[in-house]
Design a protein around this ligand. Structure first.
Ligand SMILES: [Zn+2]
Ligand SMILES: [Zn+2]
Length: 401
């Protein structure tokens, strides 16, 4: 691989990061190539142990730890230092992923090292035995000195490992915190932009897109349109587009007059905001009144009446489930009322749907009234008549064991 003299090879930039400043001292190009090959060999071995994604970092951290162990002594001759001290794995225990008491795969402390080491006294004993075996025939004083030196070295190794581990944990935490803070700032900016958007109707500033007054006016407009629709749906021949248009205009004008009349009765000239809120409240009342009147009228009609009768009869066929005939009658009456009410609601929804289609507005599709009646006509008469008209299955079963 071609590399500018003095520069760490590109593919080893991360691994050799801790010693990058020393690379120029290696000297001859052939030595650099040879040394880089040795590092790549170790990297490949570490990859086999911990996987490709983390191997480079693991090796870089190893070099960093070993540099810390020099305690500020300058590294003279990177080549020799790397081969003897920097590069080789030094497991503290039997584990093949252990290096200086750090687990290479997780980056955490090595548990088997910890259990091996046990407490400080056990280490002391282990080192003393080791020294006694390796240095037979020397004085106790010399052995003690050597044991102390080795213990001291072990402490340093663990301390260096801890330092690197903490540094990495702190860096990872900083990255996480930075990401959290960045998201918080982005949300704050978005929220400021949302709130500061002017009203799209009247242009007043800082209105989050629509000011309260214009929002009340819009709501009034929607409620009035619905109120007009309820009246038109009930009174117009929905097959005659022209007649529907004409009636809509008339009803809309009347409804507006009604609204202005009710809201204009208050003393003095109200502020624009007060008027807007008043109007939306009144418009809501007008719509509720029209719906109630429409439902009442539809509930008195032939179709709802037929539904109520069917429900009553179906309930009476189950009268044997009630202790007395009086209770059965009362339950049947309740079922009939519910069926009548549900039928009126379904009829109104269907007419409003037809009107919306006529006006080219989107309609939430649901099974039409007549379609459902037709389906029911095909079912055996034992069916619960109230069920189809509003999901009232179970009504009138009071007292049934
Ligand atoms: Zn270990
Ligand atoms: Zn506005």
């Amino acid at each position: 691989m071609f590399t500018r003299p003095g520069r760490v090879p590109g593919d080893l930039a991360l691994v050799l990061g801790p010693v990058a400043g020393l690379w120029a001292g290696v000297g001859r190009a052939s030595t650099c190539r040879w040394l880089a090959a040795a590092v790549r060999t170790e990297l490949a071995r570490v990859r086999g142990l911990v996987g490709g994604e983390v191997a480079e970092r693991v090796l870089a951290e190893r070099l960093e730890r070993r540099l810390l162990l020099e305690r500020g002594r300058p590294v003279v001759g990177l080549q020799g230092w790397l081969m003897s001290r920097g590069l080789p794995q030094r497991p503290g225990c039997w584990s093949h992923v252990c290096d200086d008491g750090v687990r290479m795969d997780t980056g955490g402390g090595c548990a088997s090292c910890d259990s091996l080491v046990g407490d400080r006294r056990a280490v002391r004993r282990a080192v003393a035995v080791e020294v006694a075996q390796e240095m037979p025939g020397v004085s106790a004083e010399v052995r003690r000195g050597e044991a102390e030196r080795r213990l001291h070295h072990q402490v340093q190794v663990r301390a260096a490992a801890d330092a690197v581990r903490h540094k990495r944990a702190a860096a990872e935490r900083a990255v996480r915190e930075e990401a959290v803070e960045r998201r918080r700032r982005e949300r704050a900016v978005a929220e400021r932009e949302r709130v500061s958007a002017p009203c799209e109707e009247c242009g007043v500033a800082e209105a989050a897109g629509l000011c309260l007054v214009c929002s009340a006016r819009r709501r009034t407009g929607e409620l009035l349109r619905e109120a007009v629709d309820v009246t038109v749906a009930l009174r117009a021949d929905l097959g005659d587009r022209a007649a529907v248009g004409e009636l809509t205009e008339r009803v809309a004008a009347d409804t507006r007059l009604l609204l202005d009349g009710v809201c204009g009765r208050s003393a003095g000239v109200p502020e624009a905001a007060v008027l807007a809120f008043d109007q939306s409240t009144v418009a809501g009342r007008i719509l509720a009144g029209r719906r109630a009147a429409a439902l009442k009228r539809l509930a008195g009609g032939e179709e709802a009446e037929a539904e109520a009768e069917r429900a009553f009869e179906a309930a009476m066929r189950r009268q044997h489930r009630y202790p007395t005939r009086g209770m059965a009658l009362s339950a049947a009456q309740k079922a009939a009322d519910a069926a009548r009410e549900a039928a009126a609601g379904a009829l109104l929804r269907e007419r409003l749907g037809d009107l919306a289609r006529l006006r080219g507005r989107p309609v939430a599709e649901r099974a039409g009234w007549r379609v459902r009646c037709g389906e029911r006509a095909g079912r055996p008469p034992a069916g619960d008549a109230a069920a189809g008209a509003g999901g009232l299955v179970g009504m009138g079963r009071v007292g049934a064991a």
